[in-house]
Design a protein around this ligand. Structure first.
Ligand code: SF4
Length: 341
């Protein structure tokens, strides 16, 4: 399938065209700076060091991205014990705990760290609060790799909570010495509810200087909030295990607009589109644009001939590569350039 060609319409107003079958393509959507960086790290590592390159866990939570990198020579493992001693391993964008770093040292692995800098920021906050003697409350989903990594920075003093009921049940040594952190990909509204509950339970609780929910999570949720009211359905391109993608579905549903999470165009059930004239499309921070374009093409083939890009806010964030990769690029042999006429 060739991607549909779009004419972006920056800051397009959402016209009330009730009878026209149309697509609203939300912006920003899809890849965030942390995902771009993590995927680039694996690709550059494969080009520079050669296959195979081991990657601990999914580099980002997207099936298409993982399958593509696997085809290029990446080997995804669940734990470091699956990596042969002395080989090179990449940590995923979601980060790892100090125990994992220690295990890598014990096995003599060469590590490339693709942890998103915004996840690292939360790790540093956890270390800082723990050193200052705080009990830590981490708001997040306890089975998520990012939460496992952050909790691992100070496991003896960190408790993970996901619901206001769990906040209510918290027991800490000193209620006046409690700090909270959050996962980077929570729903803004859910996080606000949880922080309110924490402040009620521990009136002297302290938190991070700036919120831990990252710019990409916030921007994609804000875009959905701005557009969902003018859509009959919101399709979110992203994988089941992608936290921020699931949150986008919830944001839309909480506003009363039906929404589905789809990995790819083939996941769309035709009946979802019955009597739906306006379809809004967004994508989680780990979903590549090629999949969004295939969804657009699918809808165009179903008669949704008007495609408007609705830019809710600009987004121009980029992160630098880690030193291991920069050094490897610098040390790679130069490719001879042919003189141009
Ligand atoms: S979603 Fe946010 S925290 Fe996660 S990789 Fe992207 S920028 Fe980093």
């Amino acid at each position: 399938m060739s991607p549909a060609i779009l004419e972006p319409t920056a800051n397009a107003p959402i016209d009330n065209q009730a009878d026209t079958k149309r697509v609203l393509l939300l912006k920003p959507r899809g890849f965030c700076a942390g995902v771009v960086r993590a995927v680039d790290i694996v690709k550059i590592a494969l080009e520079t060091f050669g296959a195979p390159i081991y990657v601990r866990k999914e580099i980002v939570h997207n099936r298409y991205v993982v399958d593509d990198l696997r085809q290029k020579g990446a080997i995804f493992v669940n734990e470091l014990d699956e990596v042969p001693e002395g080989k090179r391993v990449i940590y995923s964008a979601h980060g790892v705990s100090p125990a994992v770093r220690e295990r890598a040292k014990e096995r003599g692995l060469k590590v490339v760290d693709a942890t998103c800098p915004l996840v690292t920021k939360v790790h540093i906050e956890a270390i800082k609060f723990a050193k200052q003697g705080y009990s830590l409350v981490l708001v997040g989903h306890r089975d998520h790799e990012e939460v496992e990594g952050t909790q691992g920075e100070a496991p003896d003093v960190t408790q993970v909570v996901s619901t206001p009921e769990e906040v209510e049940a918290l027991i800490v040594p000193d209620p006046n010495k409690v700090a909270y952190l959050t996962q980077t990909t929570l729903s803004l509204d859910e996080a606000a509810t949880m922080i309110d509950a924490l402040k009620k339970k521990f009136p002297n609780i302290v938190g991070p200087h700036a919120q831990d929910i990252c710019y990409a999570t916030e921007n994609r949720q804000t875009a959905v909030k701005n557009v969902a009211h003018g859509a009959d359905i919101v399709l979110v391109v992203g994988s089941r295990n992608s936290s921020n993608s699931n949150r986008l579905v919830e944001v839309s549903q909480n506003l009363g607009t039906v929404s589905y999470l789809i990995d790819k165009a083939e996941d769309i059930k035709p009946e979802w589109l019955d009597s739906k004239n306006t379809v809004a499309i967004t994508a989680g921070a780990s979903a590549p644009e090629v999949l969004v374009q295939e969804v657009v093409e699918y809808l165009q083939n179903k008669g949704y001939n008007s495609v408007e890009e609705v830019e809710v806010m600009p987004e121009n964030v980029r992160f630098g590569l880690p030193p291991e990769i920069v050094q490897a690029i610098a040390a790679a042999p130069k490719v001879d350039q042919q003189p141009t006429a």
